[in-house]
Design a protein around this ligand. Structure first.
Ligand code: KG4
Ligand code: ZN
Length: 340
């Protein structure tokens, strides 16, 4: 089955064509990084407007690169939630129009599940496993029991990991998005230079919830007070120490979850899953079986959407024309467990 997958959940306009949930025939991404760089963050209004400019050419390029005629497409999949509503609506409207005019089935995908599926496009991983989604918008640890089922064990209660990288990078003048720049600079720094705090959550939170805002503040506003004697207050040292703190927090969380659930297979997903130190430390300091997608499948892409949708479509799941964009998915929200 040839499935077209569209993701316009944030700032990247991504369209891919995937065969049978496995073989990527094309995956085209129009990045908007340049347009948002001067604001050091995604401006939703600009993002949605650029999606309207990009969606048709990106779609045409995806068909061309795959060597596929529009008439050969068998289904349309699109990210419907969570994300920036204005951005989501562009992909959604395009997907609906295409599916309607071509009489194709439509499936609205959850972006979180799609990220966690991405690795399956490269090597099938058995369920259940632990999924750690670390991106610019999300930080979620979940027990993934099937392609469409997960139990959220914990989330960030404030900033997402990627957002924390981006804010630290912005403060250090490393550009936007800054995760990769921090990662690169950290390689020439000393991780033991700063002893940054690891935020402790108050009792009453879920045991796997995380917080990054205290660490961000410490790095941005008080770093001198965390400098260990004999070390230089240099950019590479700040980056290396900050990154090590984040990586240690994530790894100890996953190790604890693995011990308590008895699940030793872990899937990493999202932009921060491409962090070199995170990958290295998982391999060197744990005995867990850790899988992560190749770099283009870590960040937002249409292939993960088409791949995941294939399994839904195969069992007959269909979205109706009333499918709408949702900015949030309630059970992915931090604190949701304390509100009911
Ligand atoms: O998954 P993604 O493309 O977008 C969201 O769905 O949010 O992730 C983008 C995030 C950005 O915050 C970026 O700075 C971060 O991933 N990122 C990294 C690295 N590469 C990208 N963070 C740390 N180290 C990296 N190598
Ligand atoms: Zn994403």
């Amino acid at each position: 089955m040839l499935v077209l997958g569209i993701d316009t959940s944030c700032d990247d306009c991504a369209v891919a064509i995937v065969k049978d949930g496995q073989t990527i025939l094309s995956s085209v991404i129009a990045s908007q990084n340049e347009a948002h760089a001067e604001f050091q963050g995604v401006v939703p209004e600009i993002a949605s407007r650029l999606h309207t400019e990009h969606i048709v050419p990106v779609y045409r390029q995806a068909l061309e690169e795959a060597g596929v005629e529009e008439s050969s497409l068998e289904a349309v999949a699109v990210t419907a939630r969570p994300g920036l509503v204005g951005s989501l609506l562009v992909g959604l409207s395009f997907a609906k129009a295409l599916a309607f005019s071509r009489h194709l089935p439509l499936w609205g995908v959850d972006h979180i599940l799609a990220h966690l599926y991405a690795v399956q496009l490269e090597s099938p991983i058995l369920y259940p496993h632990l999924g750690l989604l670390v991106s610019g918008g999300h930080t979620i640890l979940a027990k993934v029991t099937n392609f469409d089922q997960l139990e959220v064990l914990g989330t960030t209660v404030d900033d997402a990991v990627g957002e924390t990288f981006d804010k630290v990078a912005k403060f250090l003048g490393l550009g936007y998005p800054g995760g990769k720049a921090v990662d690169t600079l950290a390689q020439s720094g000393q991780a033991e230079a700063f002893r940054f705090p690891r935020p402790q959550l108050k009792p009453g939170r879920r045991p796997y919830d995380l917080s990054f805002s205290g660490l961000k503040t410490a790095v941005i506003h008080q770093r001198e007070s965390f400098l260990n004697p004999g070390f230089e207050n240099s950019l590479p040292n700040v980056c290396a120490s900050f990154q090590k703190t984040v990586v240690d927090m994530l790894i100890s969380l996953v190790k604890r979850a693995a011990q308590e659930t008895g699940i030793s297979t872990v899937v990493l997903a999202g932009g921060v899953a491409s962090n070199s130190s995170l990958r290295k430390e998982f391999a060197q300091t744990t005995s867990l079986k850790v899988y992560y997608p190749s770099l283009p499948l870590c960040t937002d892409n249409g292939a993960m959407v088409a791949g995941l949708a294939y399994h839904h479509l195969l069992r007959g799941d269909r979205s109706t024309w009333s499918l709408n964009a949702e900015s949030r998915v309630p059970h992915f929200k931090a604190f949701s467990h304390t509100k009911s």
